[in-house]
Design a protein around this ligand. Structure first.
Ligand code: MIG
Length: 839
């Protein structure tokens, strides 16, 4: 295979389409039985189940992650994956065999008399069970069926449209440029074939259906109790991840497919974009206005018009005469530039266009079945398409960024990588175009676009990300992509593409971002204000408010649409928008600690409320717009964002405070305004699940609650993350059970954090009958932060308090109206305790 020439391509493409197996299949063959009852044979880490026509292999990779592969005719498909690195696929755990299956330390696997797979917890509660007729084979295609009992809800699948809960819907995975997509549009840009089921008797579980072809999912849509997934071709290969909590499933999914890298801190700041800022002068004007209006901002984006004739890796030197100078000037005002770099390379021979010339010389482009280079029309006109499935071609692509990195461009934007191809019926390249896979542990072989299409965008970002890491080994790489696949979080952040300036899209964006977070993509945003159409003043203001609490906060709008920068609707709207952008910058220490947590554990930044509070699945309120930012902040926009109607917010058990006032959130059913902490009642646990707070929408207000038991770090507002805050670190203590908070800091951009250049410090509070102690662990890491002192506010505090840090007495001030006690402590770098005595 490896030595074949381009002339042989047509033949290979044709056989691949016919379902031949171009890798060494013999070693992976086990004969199925002819007929009769399935036969189970034990393996060290699982079982093989031989049935008529198929062999099912169930392997335990860990105690909670099973891999299931089904071999048609006993021949297993190639053991390779773009989503799951080889190292993880090679993991095994010893299992305890049983007559009908096996168990691990966490789950029991049973094979039914009919050959179906049942996974239970060790108490015998069903996590997932095959439906009758679990496997159908149909030509090269197949369908798998599992039970989806009533009460189980489905989440994930990336940013697919529709409701937050995917139950009752069906979906297709086929990366598609979806300009002006609607709530009902499917497929759209990404294929993330991973979903989580929550609410079942055995707890939450997840399935990664690792098939890159045009796969499909049916979640009790066709049949009310059945989950179906299938594909027209490719391996029958999936991973079942047991919980029992949703968090367990999502964290394990990121064990399996990898975590998003720690982003540069500036990526957490406010970002302003437009298709396009047409000249360096315009960029300077926008930056100047943002600074003059005191709207904290970290990034301005350069869309395709900064390029020469839309050619990637060029600059229009008429309108952007000195890109390096522009980047330098922006940097001096604390603003980074991100430049778009689409994958379509202009087919421009003999014009000194390096990407084309070097790409042709290295044979880096996708071919037609006849061996010629495939040419399709996109923004630059006739274009050629890098073959990102080939490691060598990815390296070539990565190197093209060198001059831009040198000019000081801080991050890159990979758009159009579904890939989008103009003037075709399908919007993409023909299914029989030929890619050459030479990567990872795949066999060196050709593959059709039908196989590669859904991973093409992810591999584009892999090439960009790895290129940037090579060019600047000590800098974090920032890439934003539109298309991706499972595991794509390793290489780039994402956004939801060409949304519209409508209230429904604002709502949809919340669902999309939550589901992306549950699908491994913790770093995602939706164009604030909507890409197409032009938002009303109220819509843009509301979108800023909500956007300020989403992982990637970027205002972007289409060419030809009304301007959508924060000032466009006058002073009153600007004041509200500014206030929310400022709040995001105040919250930066909390957000950044969430980034650190995500990079290490995989917990999403933006989460559905049930992620940390499973009872929320049963809440009686319309929670369709509610989400949490980390476990501690519950953001509760109006469920009908356009409506002034009063609505109820269901606060999970445990007690909550109003983020804006710092006061205990008053449950509707509570009698009077009892302070949450008094001398007789030491923990704010009086609330029961289902407690509701009524909110009447006001355009200048977004309800946000803080969980009792939170220590929330914040900082003074800066105009960008590169500005060192002046003053004190703020720590707001909201007493309650499990009271804790984390401080995290590093230099914000380099890789030094991997070599000890970070600060991580856990802080805990305990309430006692006569007061409270706040205990600071010793700091981990060697990074010295900007703060020297900490301004502490204890909320829910009644009366006076005497405060001591070690043997020192600190002066404290009571604020009865705010039910707060305030004092300034030292930085407690070595750890230590602050005690507060009531009185
Ligand atoms: O065909 O680069 O979704 O954000 O501004 C349109 C121009 C191409 C689509 C992206 C959008 C971007 C636009 N791009």
């Amino acid at each position: 295979m490896a030595g074949m020439t381009r002339g042989m391509l047509r033949l290979v493409a044709a056989t691949a389409l016919a379902g031949a197996t171009p890798w060494s299949a013999a070693a992976q063959q086990i004969a199925p039985i002819d007929a009769g009852a399935p036969q189970i044979s034990a393996r060290a880490n699982g079982v093989d189940v031989r049935a008529a026509g198929t062999v099912m292999r169930v392997n335990a990779l860990t105690d909670s992650i099973l891999r299931v592969r089904i071999a048609r005719g006993g021949v297993f498909a190639e053991d390779a994956s773009w989503a799951v690195p080889a190292g993880f696929r090679a993991r095994t755990v010893k299992v305890t065999p049983a007559a009908d299956g096996f168990s691990t330390a966490a789950v029991r696997v049973r094979i039914t008399a009919a050959g179906g797979l049942v996974v239970e917890d060790l108490a015998g509660k069903v996590i997932s069970a095959d439906a009758p007729r679990p496997v159908d084979l149909d030509g090269t295609g197949f369908t798998l069926r599992k039970a989806l009992p009533f009460g189980q809800h489905i989440y994930g699948l990336g940013d697919k449209t529709g409701d937050l809960d995917r139950r009752g819907q069906s979906f297709v995975d086929w990366n598609t440029d979806s300009y002006k997509f609607m709530r009902s549009t499917d497929p759209i840009y990404k294929s993330v074939p991973f979903f989580v089921s929550a609410g079942g008797e055995g707890g939450s579980y997840g399935i990664l259906f690792d098939n890159t072809y045009r796969a499909w999912f049916d979640f009790a849509h066709r049949d009310p109790n059945t989950l179906e997934m299938g594909a027209p071709d490719g391996p029958i290969d999936y991973y079942l991840i047991a919980g029992p909590t949703t968090g367990d499933v999502v964290r394990r999914y990121t064990d399996l497919t990898g975590r998003a890298p720690m982003p540069p801190q500036w990526a957490l700041g406010f970002q302003q974009s437009r298709y396009s800022y047409m000249s360096a002068d315009e960029v300077r004007q926008i930056a100047g206005r943002l600074r003059a209006e005191k709207i904290p901002t970290d990034v301005l984006w350069l869309d395709i018009d900064f390029q020469d004739r839309n050619r990637p890796f060029t600059v229009n030197t008429q309108t952007f005469p000195d890109l390096a100078g522009l980047a330098r000037d922006m940097k001096s005002t604390g603003i980074k530039l991100i430049a778009i770099t689409d994958l379509h390379v202009a087919a421009a021979p003999n014009q000194g266009y390096t990407p084309y010339d070097t790409g042709i010389a290295g044979d880096h482009f996708v071919h037609n079945p006849d061996g010629s280079v495939f040419v399709g029309k996109v923004w630059p006109g006739p274009s050629v398409f890098p073959d990102f499935t080939r490691a060598k071609s990815r390296v070539w692509w990565g190197g093209l960024f060198k001059p831009f990195v040198h000019d000081g461009i801080a991050g890159f934007w990979n758009d159009m990588n579904e890939p989008s191809v103009f003037e075709t019926l399908t919007g993409t390249m023909p299914l029989d175009t030929v890619h050459h896979i030479a990567s990872d542990d795949f066999a060196d072989r050709n593959a059709t676009h039908a196989e590669v299409h859904n991973v093409y965008g992810m591999l584009n970002t892999r090439a960009t990300f790895e290129g940037l890491r090579t060019l600047q080994p000590n800098e974090r790489a920032f890439v934003m992509t539109r298309a991706s696949y499972a595991g794509g979080q390793r290489y780039g952040v994402t956004w939801t593409g060409d949304n519209s300036a409508t209230w429904d899209h604002l709502k949809l964006s919340v669902h999309q971002l939550i589901n992306l977070g549950l699908s491994g993509f913790a770093w995602a945003g939706a164009d604030v204000g909507g890409f197409t159409g032009g938002p009303s003043a109220d819509l843009l203001t509301r979108w800023f408010e909500i956007g300020a609490f989403t992982p990637v906060f970027r205002d972007h709008a289409e060419k030809g649409s009304p301007r959508a920068e924060p000032w466009v609707d006058g002073a009153e709207h600007l004041a509200i928008r500014r206030r929310f952008v400022e709040e995001r910058y105040r919250l930066m220490p909390y957000l950044y600690a969430l980034a650190d947590r995500n990079a290490h554990a995989g917990d999403p930044v933006m989460r559905p409320v049930f992620y940390d509070y499973p009872d929320a699945l049963k809440a009686s309120c319309d929670q369709s717009m509610a989400f949490t930012l980390g476990a501690s902040l519950l953001v509760a926009p109006p469920p009908k964002p356009e409506s002034p109607q009063t609505y109820n917010v269901c606060l999970p058990a445990g007690g909550w405070f109003d983020y804006w006032t710092g006061l205990p959130a008053t449950p509707m059913k509570a009698s009077g305004d009892a302070p949450i902490m008094s001398a007789t009642q030491t923990t704010p646990e009086q609330r029961i699940n289902g407690d509701m707070v009524a909110e009447t929408p006001r355009l200048d207000h977004l309800p946000v609650y803080v969980r009792a038991g939170t220590i929330l770090p914040r900082q003074p507002v800066t105009q960008s993350t590169s500005e060192v805050p002046t003053g004190l670190l703020f720590l707001d203590v909201y007493p309650g059970s499990g009271c804790t908070g984390v401080l995290y800091a590093d230099d914000g951009h380099s890789m030094a954090f991997e070599r000890g250049g970070y600060l991580r410090q856990t802080v805990r509070c305990t309430v006692s009958a006569d007061g409270m102690t706040i205990a600071f662990d010793k700091r981990q890491g060697s990074f010295s932060p900007w703060w020297k002192q900490i301004a502490v506010t204890v909320h829910g505090w009644k009366g006076a308090g005497a405060v001591r840090q070690g043997t020192r007495t600190l002066s404290a001030s009571r604020d009865d109206a705010a039910q707060a006690l305030r004092f300034t402590a030292g930085d407690l770098a070595k750890g230590g305790t602050v005690t507060i005595t009531r009185g």
